[in-house]
Design a protein around this ligand. Structure first.
Ligand code: SF4
Length: 372
């Protein structure tokens, strides 16, 4: 039976049993142990060499394009959570095209369409319309939206979709139930099996990740590694990527119960690079310029740049309200539509220039797609 249908009476442990994990997982565990600075420095050098051997001195750049901040779920850590007060908007396909044309003028050839989870406002038909509209001028399109059925992923592939990204947020079922208070996202297993459904539908670029800060980081990293290890076997024709987003300030003012320190994030990236040499590692503008510059050489292969996390954030598309000028003495209060605040607000050109200073070629388009 295809694993995507094995949901009944399943759990993370039964779907991805520890005893079936490859030796990669034991290596990952060892690299995640506390270690002295000097050992971490030596591992960083090894990680850098391995990255160059597998990916060259290149960095693929992409931009997120937010379609909608409307969401039916209550996720305690997210700015788009249903109970947060913010201006809600779903861009029309015309407005999505306007944003995409702006980004392609900036140089981007790979766009990640991102959205809150709202089955009516962000329906499969709407997503297909957006993909079809962008397809003629955007060479690579990925989606980071609600998990879908296999048949819906197949329709999106037919429309021109290349990749999908879905973060499990936390692989600990108890913690998952605690942070996801209401809405369809409470279905842990439907989300967990989305990458396999996407693969069965023909998607060949699949990204997974965990939101670090919800649980102790080493335990979360090991569960993420277990999922990745299994996907490398189940989805062997796909190119897999992993992300390590950390919780950022957002509407709702959620405070991470287990914050991931900068040094631990660096160790996490090194550990995944050394354990999974062929997997792409992704870094977003959640991190500061200094930390992104430091992480780029030790294993990151793909990063976003110049990002906005609100629908219409690049061009003002869909802006419905006129900002009210604050009284001179009142603190400026901005009506937000953002999912979270970014930490690297450099322009795409500035990020590309910095990468070149560090000895990396910024790549705006993934040429693998043209040759595969
Ligand atoms: S994390 Fe996703 S599903 Fe949850 S509130 Fe935010 S946008 Fe909605």
């Amino acid at each position: 039976m295809p694993i995507a249908l094995q949901k009944e009476a399943a759990s993370f442990d039964s779907l991805y049993p520890l005893e079936k994990a490859s030796p990669r997982l034991a290596r990952l565990k060892a690299y995640l142990e506390p270690m002295p600075r000097e050992k971490l420095r030596r591992l960083a050098i090894a990680a850098q060499e391995l990255t160059v051997r597998h990916f060259g001195r290149t960095m693929r750049l992409f931009a997120p394009l937010y379609l909608s901040n409307e969401c039916v779920n209550i996720c305690q850590y997210c700015g788009f959570s249903r109970t947060n007060r913010l201006e809600r908007i779903t861009l029309s396909p015309e407005e999505v095209e306007k944003e995409a044309r702006y980004l392609t003028k900036q140089g981007f050839r790979h766009l990640l369409l991102v959205s809150g989870e709202h089955p009516k406002k962000v329906s499969v038909e709407y997503l297909i319309e957006c993909v079809e509209r962008l397809r003629p001028f955007v060479p690579e399109i990925s989606l980071e939206v609600a998990p879908l059925d296999t048949c819906d992923y197949a329709r999106l592939v037919q429309a021109g979709l290349d990749g999908m990204v879905i973060y499990q947020e936390t692989y600990d079922p108890e913690s998952y139930a605690c942070w996801h208070v209401a809405g369809p996202k409470r279905d842990f297993l439907y989300r967990l099996l989305a990458p396999v459904r996407a693969y069965e539908a023909g998607i060949r670029r699949i990204g997974i990740g965990a939101l670090f800060g919800l649980t102790p980081w080493q335990e979360e990293a090991l569960r993420l590694g277990r999922h990745l290890d299994a996907l490398l076997r189940q989805c062997w024709k796909a190119f897999l990527t992993v992300s390590f987003p950390r919780i950022r300030p957002s509407a709702g003012n959620f405070v991470a119960p287990f914050p991931l320190a900068d040094r631990d994030l660096i160790q996490l990236v090194i550990a995944f690079r050394l354990s999974f040499p062929q997997v792409g590692l992704v870094l977003s503008t959640r991190e500061t310029p200094a930390l992104r510059d430091a992480l780029a050489p030790v294993g990151i292969t793909m990063m976003s740049a110049g990002s906005r996390t609100d629908p219409g954030g690049y061009t003002g598309a869909g802006l419905r309200t006129v900002p009210i000028r604050p009284a001179p003495t009142a603190p400026a209060k901005r009506e937000t539509r953002e999912q979270f605040a970014i930490a690297d607000d450099r322009s795409p050109e500035e990020v590309a220039a910095r990468l070149q200073e560090l000895g990396y070629d910024p790549v705006w388009k993934d040429w693998e797609r043209c040759t595969s």
